[in-house]
Ligand binder design. Structure first.
Ligand code: AHR
Length: 504
C-alpha cells in the first residue's frame, strides 16, 4: 500500500521519540542495577505514559494511588473521604512525576478511617473512576478502605487500592477509550497474593450501562483464580482477558501455556487490535521481564472478532458489576492503539525500577490477642467457652479468659489461621458461605480458604478481618452492642461495626 509522505514523516518522528524513551529507560536500568531493585530508586525520567506516547499509542486513561504515570504530571492521584465527618481531600504527588503523598492521607484521616472515593485519570482525558453504581449483576458498590494496603514504592510509603468483595470503581462516560473494534492496550500492577476465584477482578474496557451486553462488549484485564474455560494450567492466579461472557487464558479460552503469575507484585497486560488479534502478558513487577502467555487470533466463538467494545472503564468488578472478586491495584493505564512489544518491555522496565515492596509487620504469630469491636466495645468470644466443632462466635464484655483469646498462625502471603486459645479450634466461615450474613464458628483446622484470614489496617490502629474464600469481613451483627451479639460475615460497608482493635 502506498503511504503518504506525511504518514512516513509521522512514523519517523514516532520512531525517534521512541528511541529517546528507550534511552531514558535504559538509563534508569543502569542507575538501579540491571532490573534490580535499588534501595532508593531515583524518579524515572520516562514513565509508562511517556513511553506509550513516544511509541505512538498514547494513554487515554492512567490511574494510580501510588505514583504519577507520566513525567509531567503533578495533579491529583485520588480522593479520600473521612468517615467521621464525610469531608474529602485530594491526595497528590510529592513532586512532578513523583510518588503519592501518603503523609497527607495519614494526616487527614488521623483518628478516623477513610474511603477512597475517586481515582483520578492522569491522561488528560478526564476518565476519572468513582465508586461503581448498581449493574446487571451487582448492587451499589463500596469504596476501598484507604489505609488497607500500605506498601513502599520508590522508597516512599504509599497506599495501594485494596478491593474486597463489593468494592468497585467505574466510569461509564469516557473520552478517547476504544470502541467498536478499535485497537487498544492496557496494563495494571496487581498482586498475586490477594486473589480469589469469583467474578471478576478486572481493569479495562466494559459496557457503558453496567450490563452484560454480549460477546466482545468488554476488553479488560482479569486477574484471579477463576478458570472459566477448562483446562487451565495449575491453580493460577492467571492474567486473562475478560472479553465478556468468558475469561480467556488465550485463543478460544482454554490455554494451558498460560502458567499464571503468583508473585507479590504482578504486571498484567492485555492488548487487542479490535479486529483479528489479541495478546496476554504477565510478569513479576519487582524484577525481570514480561512473559507472553498468548499472542494470536481473537476467539472465533461469535462476537469477539471483530470486537464491540463500548468504552466504559471498570476496576475491581465484572462488566455487569459482578462483585464477588478480590484483588489489589497499584497502577494501570489504557492506550489508544495496539502497543508494540518494545513499548511493553520498556514499561515493564520502568515498573521494575519503582521497587514496589510490601510492608507487613502485623500481626505477630503466636501472640494471644483479644479482638475488640470498635462499635460495640465487646470482644470476640467463643459462646459458653465451647470447644466442639460448630461452636458459635459472639461478642461479650472482656472477661480476661482464654475463650476470648486468639492466636494467628501464618499460612503465607499475608494470610493467617486464627486459633481460639481455649479450644484450639480455628475461626471458620460456616459451610464456606458466600452470602452476606454467613455465620462464623469454631472448627478443626481443615487447611482451606474458609479458615484463612487477612488482617487489613483501616487506620487509627483498627483492622478488618477478611476471610479468603469470600472476601467478606467479620462484622458486628446489625451494629448491636449488647453481650451475646453474634459476629458474622458481610461485605465491606466502611463502618466501625466491621473494625476491630487487636491487642494482647
Ligand atoms: O466475562 C466474564 C463476566 O461475565 C463479565 O465480567 C460479566 O459482565 C459477565 O457476568
Amino acid at each position: 500500500m502506498k503511504r503518504s509522505t506525511s504518514y512516513i514523516h509521522c512514523l519517523r518522528l514516532r520512531g525517534w521519540r521512541f528511541v529517546l524513551a528507550l534511552i531514558a529507560v535504559a538509563g534508569i536500568i543502569i542507575t538501579t542495577g540491571a532490573f534490580g531493585v535499588s534501595s532508593s530508586p531515583a524518579l524515572a525520567a520516562s514513565l509508562p505514559c511517556d513511553i506509550y506516547a513516544a511509541a505512538g499509542m498514547p494513554c487515554v486513561a492512567a490511574h494510580s494511588t501510588t505514583r504519577a504515570l507520566l513525567s509531567s504530571y503533578s495533579g491529583k492521584l485520588y480522593q479520600v473521604k473521612r468517615w467521621s465527618d464525610s469531608a474529602t481531600t485530594d491526595i497528590g504527588t510529592l513532586s512532578t512525576g513523583g510518588y503519592a503523598n501518603a503523609a497527607a492521607q495519614d494526616s487527614f484521616c488521623s483518628g478516623t478511617s477513610c474511603t477512597i472515593t475517586i481515582i483520578y485519570d492522569q491522561s488528560g482525558k478526564g476518565n476519572h473512576l468513582t465508586i461503581e453504581g448498581p449493574g446487571g449483576n451487582g448492587a451499589q458498590d463500596y469504596g476501598a478502605n484507604a489505609a488497607a494496603l500500605p506498601i513502599t514504592a520508590g522508597g516512599h510509603k504509599v497506599y495501594g487500592l485494596y478491593v474486597s468483595a463489593g468494592v468497585g470503581y467505574r466510569d461509564n462516560s469516557t473520552s478517547g477509550v476504544a470502541k467498536n473494534g478499535a485497537p487498544e492496550g492496557m496494563y495494571m500492577v496487581t498482586s498475586g497474593t490477594h486473589v480469589n476465584n469469583r467474578c471478576c477482578f478486572d481493569y479495562g474496557n466494559a459496557e457503558t450501562n453496567s450490563k452484560d451486553n454480549g460477546n466482545g462488549h468488554m476488553d479488560a484485564i482479569n486477574f484471579g483464580t477463576e478458570c472459566w474455560f477448562s483446562p487451565c494450567s495449575g491453580s493460577g492466579p492467571w492474567v486473562q482477558a475478560d472479553l465478556e461472557n468468558g475469561l480467556f487464558a488465550g485463543g478460544n479460552g482454554s490455554n494451558t501455556s498460560n502458567k499464571g503469575n503468583s508473585s507479590a507484585f504482578v504486571t498484567a497486560l492485555l492488548k487487542n487490535n479490535g479486529q483479528t488479534t489479541y495478546a496476554i502478558k504477565g510478569g513479576n513487577a519487582q524484577s525481570g521481564s514480561l512473559t507472553t502467555w498468548y499472542s494470536g487470533a481473537e476467539p472465533n466463538l461469535g462476537g469477539y472478532s471483530p470486537m464491540h467494545q463500548e468504552g466504559a472503564i471498570v476496576l475491581g468488578t465484572g462488566g455487569d458489576n459482578s462483585d464477588g472478586s478480590v484483588g489489589s491495584f497499584f497502577e494501570g493505564v489504557m492506550t489508544s492503539g495496539y502497543p508494540t512489544d518494545a513499548a511493553d518491555n520498556a514499561v515493564q522496565a520502568n515498573i521494575v525500577s519503582v521497587g514496589y515492596s510490601s510492608s507487613i509487620s502485623f500481626p505477630v504469630t503466636g501472640t494471644a490477642y483479644r479482638f475488640t469491636n470498635v462499635n460495640s466495645g465487646k470482644v470476640l468470644d467463643a459462646v459458653n467457652c465451647g470447644t466442639a466443632n460448630g461452636t458459635a462466635i459472639d461478642q461479650w464484655a472482656s472477661l480476661g479468659n482464654t475463650c476470648q483469646q486468639w492466636k494467628f498462625a501464618s499460612v503465607g502471603s499475608g494470610k493467617y489461621t486464627i486459633t481460639n486459645v481455649n479450644s484450639g479450634k480455628v475461626l471458620d466461615a460456616v459451610n464456606c458461605g458466600l452470602a452476606d450474613g454467613t455465620s462464623v464458628d469454631l472448627w478443626s483446622s481443615l487447611g482451606n480458604l474458609c479458615q484463612e484470614w487477612e488482617v487489613i489496617p483501616t487506620g487509627g490502629g483498627h483492622y478488618e478481618l477478611v476471610v479468603e474464600n469470600s472476601g467478606m469481613v467479620l462484622d458486628d451483627q446489625n451494629c448491636v452492642t449488647t453481650n451475646g451479639t453474634p459476629a458474622r460475615l458481610w461485605q465491606g460497608l466502611n463502618n466501625t461495626c466491621q473494625e476491630w482493635s487487636i491487642a494482647p
